[in-house]
Design a protein around this ligand. Structure first.
Ligand code: GAF
Length: 398
């Protein structure tokens, strides 16, 4: 099956695969199947942990988790594996989970079980995981995984969001963040979990991270003769060992020196009030928040093409001020713009991962060819290209 087949197949595919793999592995039908998508962030980068604004939408790529409860309190996890080679983690007692006990890919589901245990979700489970969110592509595969596991464990405990004993989606996002920060060890914000849990088809989610208030903003690029082209650079990124934590710490220091709770509360005039090395960080966060607000206004008024320059300005700021871009991302952005994209930027944490370009449909073939050629000219690994269509958020499939 090709990636475009996956795109066309919708959410059923991964859930059905997970259910079938569960039956093969555990010998019974799962109690249920839950899935969660990866995301693209249209704009609003490195603003989430500064209490600012973000504008993600969900991808049609999903992680699905088929699950049944276990009476012995153990968590058993098997993944079908990206490469088709199944991987089984050593079963762990949920009651014994502590940070540092589980490492590698199994830390993601174990961390979620650990975070949920603190909320009174104590039971063990058999899990089978499948997915088609590209790993390490900056498209939030790890958050799709963790959100699907969280919904599965909550579902098995009869505490699904939206039920009388269930948490809100924002609470689930915070628990998943707790797992990622304190168990997995990546100091990420709330963008990705919230996007995976709260995005809806045909919309971008305008989220005020401080208040948790979100607005579903209609976003149908195709109806405007446009596409959001994703360029997965295949330059692997990892937020646990990149400069992500340094940037976050710099922002917190700048906010503290300015005497504000977070850089969300800073303004352009504050840039000169912090030491030289912190100025670019403050400038990026302040201007990026303003770009999100401007972009949302344009989407609300239906002027999608006018969003382009904001995307490009965001990239320039992330490259020059925040310094989280890399050669592969810059090559993708520059080639797309030169071939007729209306705007382009890196998306996600950076240091590799993916770029997006807003492209008129009649320029799509040229932009794709130009990006591929620019990579070939520099002997870079060929990128993966696809059109991103805003898709459904996380939920129960079966
Ligand atoms: C990563 C993080 F996980 C998010 O919380 C966010 O900070 C993003 O980088 C940058 O906007 O995806």
């Amino acid at each position: 099956m090709t990636r475009s087949d996956h795109l066309a197949a919708g959410t059923g595919t991964q859930a059905d695969r997970a259910a079938a793999a569960f039956r093969d592995h555990y010998g019974t039908a799962p109690h249920g199947v839950w899935s969660a998508p990866g995301r693209v962030n249209l704009i609003g980068e490195h603003t989430d942990y500064n209490d600012g604004f973000v504008l993600p939408f969900a991808l049609p790529f999903r992680c699905a988790v088929a699950a049944s409860p276990r009476a012995d309190g153990l968590l058993a996890v098997t993944s079908t594996g990206d490469d088709g080679i199944p991987r089984t983690a050593d079963p762990v007692a949920v009651a014994d989970l502590e940070p540092g006990v589980v490492t590698g890919w199994a830390a993601f589901p174990s961390g979620v079980a650990w975070a949920l245990r603190k909320q009174g979700v104590l039971g063990g489970a058999d899990l089978m995981v499948t997915g088609d969110v590209p790993n390490g592509a900056g498209l939030s595969s790890s958050h799709a995984f963790q959100c699907a596991v969280a919904l599965a464990l909550l579902g098995l405990a009869d505490r699904s969001p939206g039920t009388p004993d269930g948490p809100s989606l924002d609470e689930v996002a915070r628990w998943v963040q707790n797992s990622e920060n304190d168990f997995v060890g990546a100091p990420t914000g709330l963008l990705d979990q919230t996007a995976s849990l709260r995005c809806t088809a045909a919309h971008a989610l305008f989220l005020d991270v401080r208040s948790g208030v979100g607005e579903q903003v209609p976003f149908d690029a195709d109806a405007h003769g446009l596409e959001v082209l994703v360029v997965d650079t295949r330059a692997k990124h990892s937020l646990a060992d990149s400069g992500y934590g340094d940037r976050r710490a710099g922002c917190e220091r700048a906010a503290s020196l300015l005497g504000v709770p977070a850089l969300r509360d800073a303004s352009v005039s504050d840039v000169d009030r912090v030491p030289d090395e912190l100025r670019p960080l403050v400038r990026h966060v302040v201007t990026e928040n303003a770009r999100v607000l401007a972009t949302v206004d344009l989407l609300r008024s239906g002027d999608l093409a006018a969003v382009g320059p904001h995307l490009t300005a965001s990239h320039t700021s992330l490259r020059d001020d925040y310094r989280v871009s890399c050669l592969e991302l810059d090559v993708a952005v520059d080639a797309a713009l030169a071939a007729g994209a209306l705007g382009a930027r890196m998306t996600g944490g950076g240091f590799g991962g993916s770029a997006i370009a807003l492209v008129p449909l009649d320029r799509s073939a040229d932009v794709r060819a130009a990006v591929r050629a620019a990579y070939a000219d520099r002997s870079l690994t060929p990128p993966r290209l696809f059109t991103a269509v805003p898709s459904a958020g996380a939920g129960r499939d079966h």
